[in-house]
Design a protein around this ligand. Structure first.
Ligand code: DC
Length: 221
């Protein structure tokens, strides 16, 4: 008897659309590695700011990016990115990174630097005995894993998303980040053709998870 098929669940959506909470629950339920690619963009932003490499200094970016060595360690079921063997030395969800991350994420070379690393999470998941992975971001179903077995796109009204971020204790410029993430030329935030589009505005977290889990269970049993 062969191994059961490895499952890839792609979840895309804007800031505070419900991606993180729902993907963590799905990871628990289906024994998947949870991969938050926003945290990768946040860590790289933190590192570039630490090295005083601004997003407008193209020459410095091209010099530094190849030097950064990415690896992964597990934090529970979640993949944590290390740069040169280290986690970020400071806050990656605070104001400083929030204000800069979309600018770095719009740069094709930054995205290219993370591409193979993100796809390499399949090997990490297999190595640790997970049944698959659930990866959340902006371009997972469109660019990173366009052939993923399950692709979801979450969205919610802006007011509701601000309320969610505030209830998590975060002050985030959601509308501005979404504007930058959606309007960039490389891998913009968009609902990929064929993905299941879910409006989470009036749904509880449990309802969002049930919608996704139902389609995963039907197709993967
Ligand atoms: O999911 P998040 O809000 O933590 O993501 C932080 C930023 O990273 C977001 O503003 C855009 C960028 N990002 C991206 O461009 N592509 C991804 N796959 C994930 C995040």
């Amino acid at each position: 008897m062969g191994l059961p098929p490895f499952i890839i669940v792609a979840i895309d959506g804007g800031a505070a659309s419900g991606k993180s909470s729902s993907s963590k629950i799905l990871a628990d339920r289906f024994n998947l590695l949870h991969v938050d690619t926003g945290s990768f963009y946040r860590h790289i932003t933190y590192e570039l700011l630490r090295r005083s490499v601004t997003h407008t200094d193209h020459a410095a970016l091209l010099a530094v990016l190849p030097e950064l060595k990415f690896s992964t360690r597990l934090h529970g079921r979640s993949a944590q990115m290390l740069i040169d063997g280290q986690p970020a030395a400071g806050e990656i969800r605070g104001r400083h990174v929030n204000d800069h991350v979309s600018h770095y994420a719009a740069i094709p070379e930054v995205r290219q630097a993370l591409l193979a690393y993100q796809r390499g999470q399949v090997a990490v998941a297999k190595q640790h005995g997970f049944r698959g992975l659930v990866m959340e971001g902006r371009d997972i179903g469109s660019v990173i894993f366009p052939d993923a077995g399950f692709r979801f796109f979450l969205h919610a009204d802006p007011g509701e998303r601000v309320r969610r971020r505030e209830s998590e204790g975060h002050n985030d410029s959601i509308a501005e980040r979404d504007r930058l993430d959606s309007s960039r030329k490389t891998s913009p935030l968009t609902c990929p053709a064929g993905a299941i589009d879910i409006d989470t505005t009036h749904l509880t977290l449990a309802q969002v998870v049930e919608k996704m889990a139902a389609s995963i269970a039907v197709k993967s049993d």
